[in-house]
Every structure is written in structure tokens, then in C-alpha cells.
Design a protein around this ligand. Structure first.
Ligand code: Z5A
Length: 210
């Protein structure tokens, strides 16, 4: 049986993706102990360097097209040198954000048409897409309030609430378009309740695959 799996975690800032990763890893390890944890933008030395540019607040604002192309430049490197080899070796790849974030942030947030994003998606990924997407859903104001107690912000976190409301709206559209891979987690609940939902969803998903 194929043991490789490509799992992505999505949500607005402060949804609790980072906080949930150890729970996801622990639950998945009963199925396949070879798990590659990674993130976007980033995940390789070159892609992390592109991430620095994308998130930097010391640079002037960049054009949305530049932002979009840099996201896919980082993704191309990440796919070729890390994700695709790991999947070929039958590993699980657990990725904190992936192309759905591009549709949500550069599409929903910045207003770039889906059709333009699709061209780059096809070029960079071919037919590869996530097997499973854990979508942690929380309203933008709650998510942002959770992150704004941090000392440092990044270029995205400085955007206004309308930007993040559009992003959440886009994630909901994506969830309706891809019910076969999307699993909704109610991230407005307490951390322990969110983690229990994640365990339940993963156990059900993995049982169905056996
Ligand atoms: N981006 C893009 O524009 N296009 C793309 O294609 C891709 C990405 C791939 C990456 O930055 C940025 O890049 C991101 C989108 C953009 N925008 N921003 N900013 P990042 O990786 O640094 O940002 P992030 O993914 O949004 O991470 P985050 O802000 O840390 O969110 P999180 O990982 O979901 O949250 P967390 O760190 O787990 O939790 C935040 C705080 O909330 C923390 O203190 C927790 O203890 C607390 N928390 C978490 N869950 C709960 C619950 N349930 N109740 C109460 N408190 C909670």
C-alpha cells in the first residue's frame, strides 16, 4: 500500500497551525514514522531566503505580481528539492501552508485572478496536489488578536482586517471546491478541543485509507 501522503495545514494567522503540528505529527507517526515537516514559503535554504524577502518589513511594498511570482519561485525549489523526493521515498510530507494560501492571500487578499494563479500552479506542480488539507477555521479578528500579542509582526500581519476577511472567504470557497481533500477544524475552540478534533479527523482519514 502507498504510504506516502502529502498533507497541508491552512488557515488565517493565529488559527493555531503551528501549535497543532506536534499533535498532527504524533497522530501520523502510528501510520508512517517517516514524516517530513516543512513550511511555505520556505522549507529549503533557497526558499527560506525568498521567504525573508517576502515577509520583510524593511523593504518597500512590492507589487502583487512580484509577490505571487516569488511565492511560486520558492514553491518550485521546495517541490523539486524536498517535497517530491520525500514523496518518492514513501514518506509523509506535512506542510504548513501550500498553494491554497496563494489562492487565499494573493487571490482573495491582493485581488489577483484565480486564472493567473492556476497557470503558475500547473507549471510548478503539474498534477501534484495535497491528499489532505486540514483547514483551521477561525474568524480573522480572533486569529489576529492571538498573533498581535507577539513582539514581532511581518508584512502580512500589518494588513487591515478587510484583507484577512477576504482571505477567510477564499478558504471557504476552496473548501467548497475541494470537499474530497478539505477537512474543517473549528479553530475558535480551546487549544485542547482543537487538538482533539484534529486527532479524530486524522484517525478517520487514516482508517479510510487502510
Ligand atoms: N503566504 C502567502 O501570502 N501566500 C502563500 O502562498 C503562502 C504564504 C504559502 C507566512 O507567515 C505568511 O506567508 C502568511 C501567509 C503568507 N501570512 N502571514 N503572516 P507565517 O508562516 O509566519 O504565518 P502564519 O502561517 O500565519 O503563522 P501564525 O501567524 O503563527 O499562525 P498559526 O501558526 O496558525 O498560529 P499559532 O502560532 O499556532 O498560534 C498563534 C497564537 O495563538 C499562539 O500564541 C497560540 O498559543 C495561540 N493559539 C493557538 N490556538 C489557539 C486557540 N485555539 N485558542 C487560543 N489561543 C490559541
Amino acid at each position: 500500500m502507498k504510504k506516502s501522503l502529502f498533507i497541508t495545514i491552512e488557515g488565517v494567522e493565529g488559527a493555531g497551525k503551528t501549535t497543532s503540528i506536534p499533535v498532527i505529527q504524533e497522530t501520523l507517526s502510528a501510520y508512517n514514522e517517516h514524516i517530513v515537516l516543512t513550511r511555505e514559503p520556505g522549507g529549503t535554504e533557497v526558499s527560506e531566503a525568498i521567504r525573508e524577502t517576502l515577509l520583510s518589513q524593511s523593504l518597500p511594498a512590492m507589487h502583487p505580481d512580484t509577490e505571487l511570482l516569488l511565492m511560486f519561485a520558492a514553491r518550485a525549489e521546495h517541490l523539486r528539492s524536498k517535497i517530491e523526493p520525500a514523496l518518492a521515498e514513501n514518506k509523509i510530507v506535512l506542510c504548513d501552508r501550500f498553494t491554497d494560501s496563494t489562492y487565499a492571500y494573493q487571490g482573495g487578499g491582493r485581488g489577483i485572478a484565480d486564472s493567473r494563479i492556476k497557470v503558475l500552479e500547473k507549471w510548478t506542480q503539474g498534477t501534484l496536489c495535497a491528499d489532505l488539507t486540514l483547514y483551521l477555521d477561525v474568524d480573522a479578528a480572533t486569529g489576529l488578536a492571538r498573533t498581535r500579542i507577539r513582539e514581532h509582526s511581518d508584512r502580512f500581519e500589518d494588513e487591515d482586517i478587510a484583507f484577512f476577511n477576504r482571505i477567510r472567504g477564499k478558504f471557504h470557497e476552496l473548501m467548497a471546491e475541494h470537499p474530497e481533500r478539505y477537512r474543517l477544524i473549528d479553530a475558535s475552540q480551546s487549544i485542547s478541543e482543537v487538538h482533539q478534533q484534529i486527532r479524530d479527523v486524522l484517525h478517520t482519514y487514516l482508517k479510510e485509507r487502510r
